[in-house]
Design a protein around this ligand. Structure first.
Ligand code: PLP
Length: 393
């Protein structure tokens, strides 16, 4: 009567969404200020005024035009505006033809995987990883290969990569700046990865694609460089989103970029279009295509996240928690005080602290805290964290 796999996905919301929904219920019961919700990555920085102005301006045009379907991969003017911005920033020469505007990074990754996967393929990810990767990889018929990051600093583990990437690997997904850990891979590390993938592609007799999932590209601290991956490795497909950098997660706008230097770039772009068609992701929201075209060079506002990072790490230092200092994004990866992260998260809940256990990210013994929240929540949570620590002393 229905698809059992889809039923299972629908009935088992992600650990993040489950905790987020619990938080909403709990806040209704005991009051918003009494719950310390570090569950979801909903940006807490308001969308820039330039975006609001662009929305207003766009709505002044003929509504029949504004809200009309665009071409399936997006309005050519908007796509060219994005290509021009990338070319200015990264010294590339992309055109509208290399871009498919999409409903955020989620749609971009799902479409890219659908476009690439053939029976028997494996898709590799670096653990800890964004849990939805598994859903998309398996839904599109591939096997997920989980490659752990270095346990000391969560950077790429080349020995593990060397062992896990085989001729069956169709693509590796990377995410830098990273959710959930907040690490940024240095240029030298990406260069080494590119060398490894070139060697592995040669051995395999087919290109191994690098899918660069980049919703946090603009969210780095201290002006850290996030290298442009396609400039280091030709067979890179970029899945981008304005959800986080322009605080527009509910508006669903992003892109897939298939660079001209990628193997059979035109065919892959056509397969991405075919995947968009098959999955029903045609024509990203038209209003936001216009908004993006107008605001494509708008910088991300980092001051609030920087202050939240300072507040949270300062407080956890004082209380004696161990964590990975994030160079980007707005997540803190904190070591659980017992081996079972779910049990630790459940214990935290008894103090009204909502911390996502690491298991669904493919790692054990940690929790993820989203600090894209009101600074006051961080300040008010100190007693709860102290009580949590006391439970384990
Ligand atoms: N990839 C990662 C690593 C994410 O953290 C997220 C969202 O949190 C996504 C993809 C999906 O982003 P979007 O909202 O643009 O679909």
């Amino acid at each position: 009567m229905y698809n059992e796999t889809m039923l299972a996905l629908g009935q088992a919301p992600s650990a993040i969404r489950e905790l987020f929904a619990y938080g909403a219920r709990r806040k209704a019961e005991i009051g918003t200020d009494a719950v310390f919700d570090f569950s979801i990555g909903n940006p807490s920085v308001p969308t820039p005024q330039a975006v609001t102005r662009a929305i207003v301006e766009a709505t002044q045009d003929d509504p029949v035009k504004v809200h009309a379907y665009t071409q399936s991969p997006g309005d050519p003017v908007a796509r060219q505006a994005v290509a021009d911005s990338l070319n200015r920033r990264f010294g590339t020469s992309y055109t509208a033809q290399n871009l498919y505007l999409s409903c955020g990074a989620a749609a971009s990754i799902s479409m890219t995987l659908k476009a690439l996967i053939e029976p028997g393929d494996e898709i590799a990810v670096i653990a800890p990883f964004f849990p939805e990767y598994r859903v998309w990889v398996e839904t599109h018929g591939a096997t997920l290969t989980v490659i752990p990051a270095c346990s000391s600093d969560f950077q790429l583990d080349f020995k593990a990569l060397e062992q896990a990437i085989t001729s069956r690997t169709k693509a590796l997904i990377i995410n830098t700046p990273n959710n959930p850990v907040g690490v940024v891979y240095p240029r030298a590390s990406l260069e080494r990865l590119a060398d490894l993938l070139r060697q592995k592609s040669l051995e395999a007799g087919h290109p191994i694609f690098l899918i660069s999932d980049e919703p946090y590209r603009e969210l780095v601290y201290g002006g850290l460089e996030v290298a442009w991956v396609p400039s280091l490795y030709d067979d890179t497909i970029v899945c981008y989103s304005w959800s986080k950098c322009l605080s527009l997660p509910g508006e669903r706008i992003g892109f897939v970029l298939v660079p001209p230097a990628a193997h059979e770039s035109r065919q892959i772009m056509a397969a991405v279009s075919g995947a968009g068609r098959a999955l029903g992701f045609i024509c990203a929201p038209a209003l936001f295509q216009r908004v993006i075209a107008a605001c494509v060079d708008e910088p991300a506002q980092m001051a609030i996240y920087e202050e939240n990072r300072r507040l949270l790490t300062g407080m956890l230092d004082e209380l004696g928690f161990e964590y990975v200092n994030p160079d980007g994004a707005f997540y803190l990866w904190v070591r659980a005080l017992e081996a079972d992260a779910q049990a630790f998260s459940d214990r935290a809940r008894t103090h009204e602290l909502l911390l996502v256990p690491s298991d669904s990210f493919g790692a054990h013994g940690w929790v993820r805290l989203s600090y894209c929240i009101d600074a006051q929540v961080i300040k008010n949570s100190k007693d709860a964290f102290a009580a949590l620590m006391a439970d384990y002393r």
